[in-house]
Design a protein around this ligand. Structure first.
Ligand SMILES: [Zn+2]
Length: 464
């Protein structure tokens, strides 16, 4: 101990300031800890969530004012911050925990919500449409009315035109979120379609309206309503179909008197002439078209016609009657063919050899139109090779093979008079004519096979 005491005494001048310095440091440390470091402040709450810590509540108002100006410049529209947005909770905190102005700005920008000062188009029973100015609403209404005004061609007139929007509406100042503001183009589509975007579909081969309505889960009638210009019976690949069913907020009604000229087709008189062949036609009087002026009261809603009421017609020019003369005499071919197996001799050729049939097939014989029950005679004698119902569409059929191996078909009979294996002479009655099998009227189908190949019966009968 005496050695330590001697050491202290000897180095008094150095040790004393060291001790004083030590005490002072500890003192300042505790002073800071206990007294200086806790400062009064406010927690800034946005919708119950803390976004920062500040000393003066006034700072928030000041920063919000700056933020408001910045947003208004960016969006070019006046805004109002949503009410009850910000609250303050008194607190104390150490200096380092307080929020810098830069970070407060950032936090406010991220957390505050606002609405824009707009003009609202209020529509009965529908959502409001928000535009920036009342001038834009005026323009929208003007464009809506103009869009449906019918354009008259040079030879027609539109009279007493009246355009009105069926729904009640008003324009007033309001507030809306920025995303809900529409420009005039968007608002135009929206009020007419009830939708912003109109979905389209391009027809592919094999598509039908029904299949498309199934695929897109649309009612068939809605799909028709969405495409008033398309004919569902005649869709072509490449046609564009709208899949958006219109649910218009506005229905623009246009009523007018439509004055237009229309052709009057000439009445036609047909005279029969026994001195002309049935294939001949003569024009005795060409006749002429007339013209009339039609006055029709018309109402259309969103382009679709609701009613057309013809109130008056003025004849401008009377039509002239067209007089035709048609022969009744049978042609030499009629007489040749009917004479070959119908001695009654009254038939006329109603269809020739090799005319096209569905499925790329052709007519294999000649048809002779004749009243049902007319006696059918064998053109050539021979053996009956078939007599009965044909599964091939000939109906009740007789086939006869002559001594040269040529086979004759007589089709569509009502009654058969021969049986298979029987020998018949030329001119013998083999059946009564009819309308059986694939047939569109009473006739005899006559077909000739030479060397097992079908041949034109007309050429065969002429010996060619
Ligand atoms: Zn035929």
């Amino acid at each position: 101990m005496t050695r330590i005491g001697r050491f202290i005494r000897t180095h008094r001048l150095v040790i004393t300031p060291l001790i004083l310095f030590f005490l002072l440091t500890v003192g300042i440390f505790f002073f800071n800890l206990v007294i200086v470091d806790y400062i009064d402040g406010f927690r800034v709450m946005v919708k119950g969530r803390e976004i920062g810590l500040i000393k003066n509540r006034g700072d928030v108002a000041a920063r919000l004012a700056i933020l408001k100006r910045r947003i208004e410049t960016e969006k070019s529209i006046e805004i109002v911050f949503d009410g009850d947005l910000i609250s303050f909770e008194p607190t104390e905190a150490t200096l380092d925990r307080f929020t810098s102005m830069a970070r407060l700005d950032e936090a406010l920008r991220r957390n505050v919500t606002y609405k824009c000062k707009v003009w609202a188009l209020r529509i009965a029973n529908a959502d409001s449409v928000y535009l920036r100015t009342d001038g834009e609403i005026d323009e929208l209404i003007r464009r809506l009315k103009a869009a449906f005004i019918p354009r008259a061609r040079s030879d027609e007139r539109i009279e007493n035109l009246q355009v009105k929007i069926r729904e009640a509406y008003s324009a007033e100042k309001g507030l809306a979120y920025f995303e809900d503001i529409r420009d005039v183009d968007e608002a135009f589509r929206y009020v007419l379609w009830g939708a912003q975007k109109i979905e389209k579909y391009t027809i592919k081969p094999g598509d039908t309206f029904y299949l498309i309505s199934q695929k897109y889960r649309l009612a068939f009638s809605d799909l028709l309503a969405a495409n008033p210009d398309l004919d569902p019976q005649h869709l072509k690949a490449g046609d564009v179909v709208s899949l958006t069913v219109p649910k218009p907020l506005f229905n623009v009604e246009v009523s007018y008197r439509h004055v237009y000229e229309q052709i009057i087709f000439p009445p036609v008189v047909v005279n029969m002439d026994r001195n002309m062949l049935r294939t001949q036609l003569k024009v005795d009087e060409p006749g002429a078209q007339g013209r009339k002026r039609v006055y029709a009261d018309t109402v259309r809603v969103n382009e679709r016609e609701q009613s057309v009421n013809v109130v008056k017609e003025e004849i401008l020019k009377n039509p002239l009657v067209r007089i035709l003369r048609i022969g009744t005499q049978r042609t030499p071919d009629d007489i040749l063919v009917a004479g070959a197996f119908l001695p009654a001799g009254v038939g006329v050729i109603s269809d020739y050899f090799w005319t096209p049939r569905p499925g790329g097939r052709h007519h294999l014989g000649i048809d002779v139109a004749i009243p049902e029950g007319t006696a059918v005679h064998a053109y050539r004698g021979g053996t009956v090779t078939f007599a009965g119902w044909s599964p091939a569409g000939y109906g009740s059929l007789v086939t006869i093979e002559d001594e040269n191996g040529t086979v004759y078909y007589y089709g569509h009979n009502s009654k058969l008079k021969v049986t298979v294996g029987q020998t018949v002479a030329a001119g013998e009655i083999i059946s009564l004519s009819g309308n059986t099998g694939v047939s569109t009227g009473p006739h005899v189908h006559f077909e000739v096979h030479v060397d097992n190949k079908v041949t034109d019966p007309l050429k065969f009968l002429k010996g060619k």
